[in-house]
Design a protein around this ligand. Structure first.
Ligand SMILES: NC(=O)C1=CN([C@@H]2O[C@H](COP(=O)(O)OP(=O)(O)OC[C@H]3O[C@@H](n4cnc5c(N)ncnc54)[C@H](OP(=O)(O)O)[C@@H]3O)[C@@H](O)[C@H]2O)[C@@H](O)CC1
Ligand SMILES: Nc1ncnc2c1ncn2[C@@H]1O[C@H](COP(=O)(O)OP(=O)(O)O)[C@@H](O)[C@H]1O
Ligand SMILES: [K+]
Length: 452
């Protein structure tokens, strides 16, 4: 999977330790991080008066390194600290910074650019009330707010906030993104997230979903080799119609719907049939659940097929037991309510829950929301890049299911197909604009595909 790596705290520590064991001391890693932070500040903010707030740990250490680089490049810099450094690397970074260090307090004047180097991945409890008040005051008075690795007050692994956190314009992440950069409620507080390479080997088990690599067209192909998506209609034909349109616009060679009554307004290219032969070996993917309503027999029929499946909406509710999905080569697309209906209340944060759900069911899980996650039974996870909030409108989930089914029918493995659908869905949403309805979203998929 292409995309920027994401590491939880424990994995980040292991990667950092592996780098240290491999001969790169922590001081070198911190030097790279601080230099990258300074570079990002100069590129983003220019040589404006800059105030760096430094904490006691290595996040603060990065801040002292950045301050030294900024000063060396002629940027007017001030540094304020809440405590003396406590780690050896941060102490060395503090000693190497030749400027003054002010105590953080009420009398401090703000600056045009505020850089928050108070806490990063080491924060596990709320900020001291006064520190929080100063962060908010100085942030509100600044024209630009930049966070070092993470906004202070954010739980790196879950995206939870220990208290209210100012909104940052940019966050410079080191080595890998952290889950909080792509999870609610922290995500919007991070602003634009820039990733600085500090020479750590991160692996690619967890990534921010990037543009997909889709299989090219076979010059000798025909509609079935391009991918047949077979949709099963239920009570509400509008939902399956949206999903079918999305599948067709996502490049499936053939989309057909089994329906007992004709569905009005569908493009003529989408075939409507009143039979449902689930043993047809040409089927590339079955799409079931969107608009199914309370007709669980439709789901039961889908589960008799050997073909891969995308199971959406009411189909998820009708499953009853996640174990029914074992061996089905399925993608399921629950929002939070459907997730809880099928899996109950799972422990842990959203990533842990999605991975556990995937492991239990053996299905690839697209756990939807403003912070959509894709989880694979083998432990891989894809985090959606930010998508527009106007996707929160009726029928956009059906469109996502249709895209996912087309990606499977076009030959992508389930996890890659799910990630591709999430990426295309978000980009189609951006292109369709703030006043879109789900039909416009489906119509914008070709433009999203043109971005590839
Ligand atoms: N990973 C990498 O490869 C690299 C990572 N780097 C950087 O390191 C950062 C992680 O550094 P870190 O582990 O030292 O943690 P950090 O976020 O500075 O905070 C810990 C300190 O804060 C304290 N503390 C905690 N909560 C508190 C509170 N509410 N109020 C007051 N104090 C509180 C805590 O004290 P304790 O809990 O131990 O009492 C401890 O002293 C990471 O985000 C990145 O910027 C780079 O340098 C290069 C390589
Ligand atoms: N605030 C938001 N920001 C970005 N995407 C969102 C937001 N709210 C919902 N979405 C996306 O919109 C889609 C809504 O799907 P769903 O909840 O199934 O709605 P419906 O059943 O009406 O189609 C999902 O893909 C979800 O990720
Ligand atoms: K920070």
């Amino acid at each position: 999977m292409s995309g920027r790596p994401i590491l939880a705290t424990q994995a980040m520590r292991a990667a950092e330790q592996a780098a240290i064991d491999g001969g790169t001391p922590i001081e070198t890693l911190m030097e790279r991080a601080g230099a990258a932070l300074a570079e990002a500040i100069i590129r983003y903010a220019g040589p404006q008066p800059t105030l760096l707030l430094c904490g006691p740990g290595n996040n603060g250490g990065d801040g002292y390194v950045a301050a030294r680089h900024l000063a060396g490049r002629g940027v007017p810099v001030r540094v304020a600290a809440i405590a003396e450094p406590t780690t050896d690397a941060a102490k060395a970074a503090r000693a190497a910074y030749e400027g003054a260090v002010e105590p953080l307090g009420d009398s401090m004047a703000p600056a045009k650019v505020m850089v928050d180097c108070l806490f990063g991945t080491g924060l596990k409890r709320p900020l001291d009330g006064d520190v929080h008040a100063q962060l908010v005051r100085l942030g509100e008075a600044a024209g630009l707010r930049i966070a070092c690795d993470l906004p202070s007050g954010v739980d790196s692994d879950s995206g939870a906030l220990f208290g209210p956190v100012p909104n940052f314009d940019m966050t410079v992440a080191f080595g890998a993104l952290k889950p909080a950069h792509r999870l609610m409620p922290a995500m919007p507080a991070c602003g634009r997230v820039v990733l600085a390479d500090i020479g750590i080997d991160t692996g690619t088990d967890w990534v921010e979903i990037g543009p997909p690599q889709l299989p090219g067209l076979d010059p000798a192909g025909h509609k079935y080799t391009r991918g047949l998506v077979h949709c099963l209609a239920g009570k509400m034909p509008g939902a399956i119609a949206l999903a079918a349109m999305a599948a067709a616009r996502s490049g499936a060679g053939y989309v057909r719907i089994s329906t007992s009554r004709p569905i009005d307004g569908l493009p003529a290219a989408i075939a409507q049939i009143d039979t449902a032969d689930m043993s047809d070996e040409r089927i590339g993917c079955i799409l079931v659940g969107s608009g199914m309503g309370d007709i669980p027999q439709v789901l039961t029929l889908a589960l008799t097929s050997k073909a891969p499946k995308v199971i959406d909406a009411d189909g998820i509710g009708a499953l009853g037991e996640p174990e029914r999905l074992k061996g089905q080569n399925a993608i399921i697309t629950p929002h939070a309510g459907e997730f809880e209906t099928l899996f109950g209340t799972l422990p842990g944060n959203k990533v842990e829950q999605a991975l556990e759900a995937s492991r239990r069911s053996g299905a690839v899980v697209i756990y939807k929301g403003p912070d959509t996650l894709v989880a694979s039974p083998d432990g891989r996870a894809g985090f959606a890049p930010p998508a527009p909030a106007w996707l929160a409108s009726a029928g956009t989930g059906d469109v996502l299911a249709g895209i996912a089914a087309a990606m499977v029918a076009r030959g992508l493995p389930a996890f890659e197909a799910a990630c591709a659908s999430v990426w295309l869905h978000g980009r189609a949403g951006e292109l369709a604009g703030p006043h879109m309805v789900a039909d416009d979203l489906a119509a914008a998929i070709p433009s999203a595909l043109d971005l590839l």
